[in-house]
Write a protein that binds this ligand. Structure first.
Ligand code: ADQ
Length: 552
């Protein structure tokens, strides 16, 4: 069990921040407002129409009036949801504890209706604890910045898919423009008091430099959630200098693995001629230092394990097992965003080879693939979806019958309480990424193993494989050996399964998301060198912010 819990991080966060305000910057927002017909039917609030004293509750009356006006205008009301994704769920409690500001793109179609005159809204909407400052992007900006440069150039480049990279000057101009816009917004938010700014991911590579120009003494750090490519590949980017200079606006730059840090340091040295200390992980460029460090991200282990243990999950599990399509002695599982980097096509090729090579398993084995729709506006994503679906049909017609199909494919987003049922039902899960910064699905599967009987098969090219040496590691390009590993997983003895899974669980419960956060903030503190980090003496006795830390 980790010494780092949500509560402890919340207690430490003010200490880490040394009195500064935390400003988190990301493309995705933690809360989204959308127009929704159903929302009008929900109760407006828990407040009674009249107070105990018999006087009318004015807020309630205003809410009702607003609903009626919405109904007359469009027949729809506004509903808010949490943004899906591990990162927003992990950082939301931290923001609730430190009451900071989160700057993000307002992507919901009712986002504008819910902000004040300064584009701010207090969140969580049902229990306001921190400020969400929304940034507005035009349609052409979303196309050029998000679908264009971020996801058709940087994403494939960082995942070593050179043949898919699309370098368009117009996309680049939008990327610069949007990064400026984010930097300007963050600078406005920083004006009233000292701040620590934490930028997230590859959509905002230029933001640190743009921000540094505006506020030279600001404390800025960045976490890059995807791999950084080796120099030999990175150098093809027409804006290779600008991207590096953008990131060198940071004091601290984090990647998942040491390998990605080394790749970045080499690029800074070779492309910019910066002075680089590969061992210490520091770049000196134009009179400033940027520290480059590995911080392998993780999950809220206790939250996933708690969810998996819920009685209603067990009930749903029993229900699912009786369904004809899952009534097989052996069930495999794949859970991914439908992305070409996740190696879903290679996975299915290996399954086909397995059924061909070991025919005894035909009719005794099924594989459940849950693919969440992703970036469907980009051609490469539509193509990979077609490829996957054709392969599913091909394998099912080759090895299945009308009633018994070896592959069950769901193309949809599942909420965690449903996802966890599949994590529990599976005898093995397969992560076959061709290249992946970390891969959180691997860790979620492990945390959800109540009976410790599942086997994790994990690609050597997913960052997670570095930590998870009790998984069965595969090279997804080697179809023949993946087919053999499938057999090994299925035939593994119950004792070995339990032993491997116990070790995996020990590792992830210790190295959880809160440890990741603590290590990042501790490192920032060290770099700033103003005082050593030590737990405040009164930590245990201080009032806890745990109430704010219930994950959605
Ligand atoms: P992703 O590429 O999105 O993240 P991953 O780390 O696997 O990849 O996270 C996927 C998340 O989506 C998981 O939390 C999973 O539960 C969820 N998910 C997947 N399929 C789903 C489905 N069908 N329904 C609902 N939820 C689903 C990027 C990098 C990774 C890195 C993370 C975090 O590409 O390498 O691990 O950021 O840094």
């Amino acid at each position: 069990m980790s010494q780092w819990t949500a509560t402890r991080i919340a207690d430490h966060i003010h200490f880490f921040l040394r009195g500064t305000r935390l400003i988190l910057v990301s493309n995705r927002e933690p809360y989204i407002h959308r127009w929704d017909r159903q929302a009008l039917l929900e109760p407006v609030s828990k407040e009674p129409a009249a107070s105990d004293t018999g006087r009318w509750n004015f807020d309630w009356v205003l809410q009702v009036a607003s609903r009626v006006s919405q109904l007359l205008r469009s027949g729809e009301g506004i509903r808010w949801t949490h943004a899906a994704g591990g990162l927003t769920s992990a950082l939301d409690p931290v923001m609730q504890a430190c009451h900071g500001t989160w700057v993000a793109w307002g992507s919901g179609n009712a986002d504008r209706e819910t902000v004040d005159a300064k584009d701010r809204v207090q969140v969580p909407p049902n229990n306001p604890q921190y400020t969400l400052r929304r940034v507005w992007l035009s349609e052409p900006q979303v196309r050029g910045f998000y679908y264009g440069f971020a996801n058709s150039a940087l994403w494939p480049l960082c995942h070593l898919h050179l043949e898919r990279t699309l370098f368009k000057p117009l996309h680049w101009r939008h990327y610069q423009e949007v990064n400026e816009h984010f930097a300007e917004t963050v600078a406005q938010e920083c004006q009233d008091q000292p701040a620590t700014v934490w930028v997230q991911d590859y959509q905002l590579a230029l933001c640190p430099q743009y921000l540094r120009r505006r506020l030279p003494d600001l404390s800025i750090m960045h976490f890059w959630h995807i791999p950084w490519p080796p120099w030999e590949l990175y150098r093809v980017c027409p804006w290779r200098r600008e991207l590096l200079e953008g990131l060198l606006g940071n004091d601290l730059l984090g990647f998942h693995l040491e390998q990605y840090c080394q790749n970045f340091l080499h690029c800074a040295e070779r492309v910019l001629g910066a002075s680089v200390d590969l061992k210490a992980g520091v770049v000196e460029y134009e009179g400033r230092e940027t520290w480059v460090r590995p911080f392998p991200i993780s999950i809220d282990y206790d939250w996933w394990a708690g969810l998996a243990h819920q009685r209603r999950v067990t009930r749903r599990l029993t229900q699912l097992r009786t369904k004809a399509e899952l009534a097989f002695p052996i069930i495999g599982l794949g859970v991914d965003r439908l992305d070409y980097t996740k190696g879903i096509v290679s996975r299915f090729q290996a399954i086909e080879r397995f059924l061909e090579k070991y025919p005894d398993y035909q009719g005794r084995f099924c594989f459940m693939q849950i693919a969440v729709p992703s970036r469907t506006q980009i051609d490469d994503y539509r193509q990979v979806k077609e490829q996957v679906e054709m392969l599913v049909e091909h394998i099912n017609s080759r090895f299945g019958t009308d009633t018994c199909k070896p592959i069950h494919y769901r193309y949809e987003h599942l909420e965690p309480p449903e996802l966890v049922v599949y994590y529990r039902i599976a005898d093995f899960a397969m992560v076959s990424s061709l290249h992946d910064g970390m891969n959180l699905v691997a860790k979620e599967f492990v945390a959800s193993q109540v009976e410790r009987k599942g086997v994790l098969i994990c690609s050597e090219f997913a960052g997670a494989s570095e930590e998870l040496d009790n998984a069965l590691l595969i090279n997804p390009y080697d179809v023949e050996s993946v087919a053999d590993t499938l057999k090994q997983a299925i035939e593994m003895s119950p004792e070995e399964r339990t032993q491997r899974m116990t070790r995996l669980q020990e590792h992830i419960s210790e190295h959880n998301i809160f440890k990741w956060l603590a290590e990042i903030f501790t490192e920032l503190e060290r770099i700033q060198g103003e005082r050593p980090v030590a737990a405040p003496a009164s930590l245990e006795s201080r009032p806890s912010s745990a109430a704010a830390l219930q994950r959605p």
